[in-house]
Write a protein that binds this ligand. Structure first.
Ligand code: HEM
Length: 218
């Protein structure tokens, strides 16, 4: 089986690798493009500020949970290529979460920190959101191969397991915020629980040496 960060060689594999990341970015740009189109055509409803806030939060969590899928997919199904997209998915989660927070801070609260403090006191789910973003920050910073080398593979891997905690906090943040329809947060919780359970299954075969490129591997 191919190494997590690499994959089998050959012209076909190299060609595939060339379009994987652009294809992922194009796919992930769709919800943002739709938001812009909806904004221009009145499709964001009666409260567009809240709608943009919610959509950014939703996609931040979606990218985060998706970033946890490639490892079990590789281990259980032997599909190696999604592993090469983990880092992009993790960074997309972080930057979308940052945009979600920036939108809230700048557009919703006009950078008024007293308003933010009062809001956090009134709606404690927001503190959970802040904890989620803070957890994602060191993961985004250390997502490069250079940081893997600097921390050593074991420590780096242990640090990046925090992605599961961040995703769990993101789900709590979502579920706590939702008042009536809990289906979406429950779906995220089910997906995350499944990924975690799969991740905890014992590895088959002997342990492999640390792969050459492991960026994005929680
Ligand atoms: C400083 C960090 C954060 C703050 C202050 C924050 C704040 C908020 C607020 C105010 C809302 C509700 C908006 C409304 O009233 O409708 C919200 C919703 C949400 N946030 Fe956050 N958030 C933060 C970080 C995050 C992060 C890192 C994630 C995901 C990884 C996230 C995921 C969500 C989700 C999924 C929703 C609900 C979206 C929906 O209803 O469809 N948030 N957040």
């Amino acid at each position: 089986m191919a190494a997590p960060g690499g994959g089998a060689g050959g012209a076909g594999a190299r060609g595939r690798r060339r379009w994987e990341r652009p294809a992922l970015l194009a796919a992930c740009a769709v919800p943002f493009g739709k938001m812009v189109v909806d904004g221009a055509t009145g499709g964001l409803g009666a409260n567009p500020i809240e709608q943009v806030q919610d959509r950014l939060g939703f996609w931040a969590l979606a990218f985060l949970v998706l970033s946890l899928a490639p490892t079990p997919a590789q281990r259980l199904l032997g599909v190696a290529w999604p592993v090469r997209l983990r880092r992009q998915l993790g960074l997309l989660a972080f930057f979308t979460g940052l945009a979600h927070f920036s939108w809230y801070l700048g557009v919703d609260q006009f950078f008024d920190l007293r308003l933010v403090a009062a809001d956090v006191a009134k709606r404690p789910f927001m503190a959970v959101g802040m904890a989620t973003l803070l957890l994602l920050l060191p993961l985004a910073v250390t997502s490069t191969d250079r940081w893997v080398a600097r921390l050593g593979f074991r420590r780096w891997k242990a640090l990046h397991r925090l992605a599961y905690l961040a995703a769990a906090l993101g789900v709590v943040h979502f579920a706590w915020r939702v008042k009536a329809d809990e289906r979406q947060p429950l779906a995220f919780a089910a997906a995350l629980g499944t990924l975690l359970a799969l991740r905890l299954l014992p590895r088959r075969g002997r342990r492999r040496a640390a792969p050459r490129s492991v960026v994005g591997q929680p």
